[in-house]
Design a protein around this ligand. Structure first.
Ligand SMILES: NC(=O)c1ccc[n+]([C@@H]2O[C@H](COP(=O)([O-])OP(=O)(O)OC[C@H]3O[C@@H](n4cnc5c(N)ncnc54)[C@H](OP(=O)(O)O)[C@@H]3O)[C@@H](O)[C@H]2O)c1
Length: 258
């Protein structure tokens, strides 16, 4: 009898971290289901994954299109439930040049993509994984989840939200044989990282990040955070008195210029 292929779903696959993860998992015996809006980028990635021996299915649609999302989830739920789901799609925004903070609509779109969409996907797939007694869900949060950054309030909120959600889900699903991991990256070279305001110390390549994530996911780690100096520093911000943490954030160059 032929062994069944391992089905791995990755959102944000047309981006830096999601794309590097697809390549890190691409091997014989694996079927990758890749999501993103940029079909050209997905097709180029699919070619590289096929060359490494994986099978590839593309799902090029906008995750904030609720009808398309629900139709997709229905097929995933009823046809073939993935073994591993990596939710990497995300956007970042910062203050508008007019000094009036973030745009309301832009912040709402961000919260949908970064928080509501991964929650919706997990809400649909986790009960099926629970019933099956196997599976793993990986949420990509950020070190910005430890303490809100003045230049990116909505982004920080979305990443703190998905961190808490993933931790809660892990506690619920662990007794049922389903793993949940929250990834908290520092700066990883990507279009999004380059568009972020503020210094970017210990910038990692997406390939390095993907290697560390894959290793941690394999061990079903509750949290994967990197690089160590920034992970430790941002964790300290969460445990220090909030007023002091706030001042440190400004001193390190993450404040908003008046
Ligand atoms: N890079 C960093 O320094 C860093 C640090 C901490 C956390 N993270 C997190 O890591 C994840 C990946 O980020 P990245 O650095 O790889 O950024 P990226 O290269 O800009 O990739 C972002 C991905 O999100 C997808 N996406 C955006 N809007 C979408 C939508 N409406 N529907 C479907 N997909 C959509 C993009 O696909 P299309 O372009 O095809 O639409 C792309 O694949 C994000 O969740 C980010 O918050 C990144």
């Amino acid at each position: 009898m032929l062994a069944e292929r391992r089905l791995i779903l990755i959102t944000g696959a047309s981006g830096a971290i999601g794309g590097a993860l697809a390549l890190a998992y691409a091997e014989p015996g694996v079927e990758l289901m890749l999501n993103g809006r940029n079909r050209q980028a997905l097709e180029a990635l699919a070619g590289r994954c096929l060359a490494l021996g994986a099978e590839v299915t593309l799902s090029p649609h906008d995750l904030t299109d609720t009808d398309a999302l629900l139709r997709w989830l229905e097929t995933l739920r009823d046809a073939r439930l993935p073994d591993l789901v990596i939710l990497a799609a995300g956007i970042n925004i910062s203050h508008q040049p007019d000094g009036n903070g973030e745009g309301v609509d832009a912040a709402s779109r961000l919260m949908t993509l970064n928080l509501r969409v991964p929650m919706r996907i997990a809400q649909e797939l986790a009960p099926r994984m629970q019933a099956r007694g196997s599976g793993q869900i990986v949420f990509i949060s950020s070190l910005a989840a430890w303490h809100g950054l003045p230049a990116t309030p909505s982004y920080s909120a979305s990443k703190a939200g998905i961190k808490a959600y993933g931790e809660a889900l892990r506690g619920w699903l662990a007794p049922h044989g389903v793993g949940v991991t929250v990834v908290m990256p520092g700066y990883v070279a990507s279009a999004m990282a380059h568009g972020m305001p503020g210094p970017k110390p210990w910038l990692w390549s997406a390939e390095r990040a993907a290697r560390v994530i894959r290793r941690g996911v394999q061990r079903n780690r509750a949290r994967i955070s990197f690089p160590f100096p920034l992970a430790f520093g941002t964790w300290c911000l969460a445990v220090l008195p909030a007023g002091l943490a706030q001042r440190l954030v400004g001193w390190f160059g993450y404040g908003v210029k008046p």
